[in-house]
Design a protein around this ligand. Structure first.
Ligand SMILES: NC(=O)c1ccc[n+]([C@@H]2O[C@H](COP(=O)([O-])OP(=O)(O)OC[C@H]3O[C@@H](n4cnc5c(N)ncnc54)[C@H](OP(=O)(O)O)[C@@H]3O)[C@@H](O)[C@H]2O)c1
Length: 337
């Protein structure tokens, strides 16, 4: 396995840290897409750092602490300055794996942060962010509480997740926002109208997730269309019946371009997002070293304007079937309101 390349770095936000051109997301390592091999997950985190992927994203609710403990173990023997931890908080869970809304009250911020520091085994978190806007708490209060933790040295930078332009603007008036983590891919282009221009105006980068649309934009689903009960895709509208069939036809069109270009579909999907600007950092949900290598190698791909146009023509936004989340989860997205 060749992971000798060190990818280039970009600055996150006008005042944020320097990060590798792609980041690594940990959600899939804690059951988001079915079973994950723990040893391979740790090896993937190590391989990411060795390749220059220094931004590692997690959430305290991924596997109810499992993901933070896994990442904490994986990074224990690494120098603290060699990696950046992005941590989401606020999503409430139940013992039966259910979801129970969002708590981003200032008192909850301090509580969640204390537990995350302990599970990760670190004395500070690099970028701390509420996973969703808490509809009962003004964003100024949540960001103000994190800013106090920045002052106290427990957090370095503040980020947001899945908020709309207006919320981002209000938050940035309280404290600089290094990055907005939000879904962005060839088939989820909703941020282009107002969220991305606002982020750019405010000096906030985008850390894009779902760049592979949870595996849809890759070769991995073309032969396998069944998902286990705990797998996000078992209830995501884009992965159901006719919707999935329609979306896989778009992937077939993309695969023809990928073949001609000598890349995989996943690499083309990553390269397309990378081409949208140096202020957009794809956070890839790789959970094996093989997938990670594929993603890292995509950083070197350059697409011409003609190739970008052909890729977009192969996946017209209006032909994508199904919302990116089920209705209850869509209702929690400030970015979609
Ligand atoms: N802020 C938010 O609301 C939010 C929401 C979701 C996720 N996130 C973060 O963003 C990260 C990435 O998002 P995502 O999980 O939605 O993932 P994604 O990167 O769109 O999709 C991951 C899926 O793609 C498949 N895949 C195929 N080829 C791949 C390749 N070369 N590299 C990596 N994966 C490949 C993987 O399948 P196999 O593993 O089966 O090969 C995996 O199931 C998460 O881990 C999490 O940290 C944030």
């Amino acid at each position: 396995m060749d992971l000798m390349t060190n990818i280039e770095e970009v600055q996150l936000g006008a005042q944020g840290p320097s990060v590798g051109r792609i980041g690594l997301g940990g959600m899939g390592m804690s059951g988001g897409y079915g079973h994950a091999d723990e040893q391979e997950s740790v090896a993937t985190v190590h391989a990411a750092l060795d390749a220059g992927v220094n931004l590692v994203d997690t959430g305290d609710f991924y596997g109810m602490g499992h993901n933070e403990m896994l990442i904490g173990r994986a990074l224990a023997d690494r120098k603290r300055e060699d990696y950046l931890l992005s941590v989401k908080f606020g999503a409430l869970r139940g013992p039966d794996n259910s979801w129970g809304g969002t708590d981003a009250r200032p008192v909850a911020v301090r509580n969640f942060l204390a537990y995350s520091l302990q599970r990760l085994g670190v004395d500070h978190i690099d970028i701390y962010r509420p996973a969703r806007l808490d509809p009962n708490v003004p964003i100024e209060d949540t960001v103000g509480a994190i800013a106090e933790m920045v002052q106290a040295g427990y957090v370095r930078y503040i980020g947001l997740s899945e908020v709309g332009a207006e919320t981002l603007r209000r938050a940035a008036a309280v404290h600089p926002i290094a990055d907005l983590q939000i879904e962005y891919s060839l088939i989820s282009r909703g941020i282009e109208d107002s969220i991305l221009p606002t982020a750019r105006e405010l000096g906030t980068s985008v850390t894009a997730y779902g760049v592979l649309s949870r595996g849809l934009l890759s070769d991995s689903l073309r032969g396998n269309r069944t998902f286990g009960a705990g797998d996000f895709r078992s209830f995501s509208p884009r992965f159901q019946g006719e919707n999935l069939a329609a979306n896989l036809r778009l992937v077939d069109a993309l695969a023809a371009i990928a073949d001609a270009h000598g890349t995989s579909v996943a690499q083309l999907a990553i390269a397309w997002v990378l081409a949208q600007g140096r202020d957009i950092v794809p956070v890839i949900g790789a959970r094996t070293r093989t997938r990670l290598t594929e993603a890292v190698d995509a950083v070197a791909i350059t697409l011409s304007p003609e190739e970008l146009a052909a890729i977009e023509a192969a996946v017209p936004a209006d032909q994508v079937a199904g919302d990116r989340y089920a209705p209850a989860q869509m209702a929690m997205l400030d970015s979609e309101s």
